[in-house]
Design a protein around this ligand. Structure first.
Ligand code: ARG
Length: 284
């Protein structure tokens, strides 16, 4: 009996994920209590996963991020958050009948906000790692990140002698976590790694000679190298580490997880996702 029930529930979940019911947002009056947003509306033909879910603020999808990570998230000249993550999150919110609110903060804070239920999703080019899986839940992956090494042109730093050098990273990122790990775990030890507030500050430290190399995700790396063309930076050949990016949610928020994952997969299937990526990443 139990088994049959479980199976029935599993197929119901699959069905509801596959169903393209229109998400409607029911904005209830504001209160400090979590508001229910998004109710089942199987009659509509517009795409959105059905089911009910709760968001921090009625009618809104709060995304915590660290807008210092081009092209995934950065601020435009007017100070508005833009980038792949921001646009994908907006498209997800749209599918769920919600309005996206971007909460920009430090990277560590963005991860904490979602764990503590202060934001609905964290999207910040976040790498799925075992440690993080213990603290938050992740959607399906939406991108591959590759950690690379930025050095000054003509420097003697190689992939093999990083352990003898000073390495700059962004605090709280996998670049920091892995590089500062002990040598028997593939790291270089804490003494060899400095965590800066942002990737851009880490790159400034490289330009000014405080560190010999910066370990950071490949797309921001390219953007920082371009932005500092006068300083003559270059990316070492080779991949330091390859990882998956996904959207983080608070642990156990299964309804919102199903809705966000459903929306994400629809955006992948209908080409919207790729359209957003292509806007920001031009093949060279
Ligand atoms: N992928 C790396 C990580 O998850 C770096 C992400 C940094 N993202 C940001 N928006 N600053 O640790």
């Amino acid at each position: 009996m139990k088994k049959i029930l479980a199976f029935a529930m599993a197929s119901a979940m699959v069905l509801s994920l596959a169903a393209c019911g229109g998400g409607t947002s029911t904005s209830s009056s504001k209160s400090s209590a979590p508001a229910t947003s998004g109710t089942q509306d199987s009659s509509s033909s517009s795409a959105a996963p059905s089911g009910s879910f709760t968001t921090v603020e009625a009618g809104k999808l709060h995304m915590s991020t660290n807008a210092e990570f081009p092209p995934y998230e950065m601020l435009d000249d007017a100070g508005n958050p833009i980038g792949i993550d921001v646009e994908v999150a907006a498209a997800i919110a749209n599918k769920l009948g919600l309005e996206l609110v971007v909460d920009d903060m430090g990277f560590d804070a963005a991860l904490l906000a979602v764990q503590n239920g202060q934001s609905d999703i964290a999207m910040a080019g976040i790498t799925v790692s075992e440690d993080r899986l213990a603290k938050m839940d992740f959607t399906d992956s939406y991108a591959t990140g590759v950690q690379v090494v930025i050095v000054k042109e003509g420097s003697d730093v190689t992939m093999d002698n990083l352990g003898e050098k000073m390495i700059g990273t962004q605090m709280g990122t996998t670049g920091y976590i892995y590089a500062s790990d002990t040598p028997d775990n593939g790291g270089y030890g804490e003494d060899h790694v400095i965590g800066y507030e942002t990737g851009a500050v880490a790159v400034q430290a490289l330009v000014s000679g405080q560190v010999d190399a910066v370990i950071i995700d490949n797309l921001p790396a390219q953007s920082y190298v371009e932005a500092n063309a006068a300083a003559g930076l270059t990316i070492l050949e080779g991949t330091w580490v390859e990882e998956d990016y996904a959207i983080a949610l608070q642990k156990g928020n299964t309804e919102l997880m199903a809705a966000v994952n459903g929306a994400l997969n629809e955006l992948k299937a209908d080409g919207t996702f790729q359209g957003i990526v292509d806007k920001y990443i031009t093949a060279d």
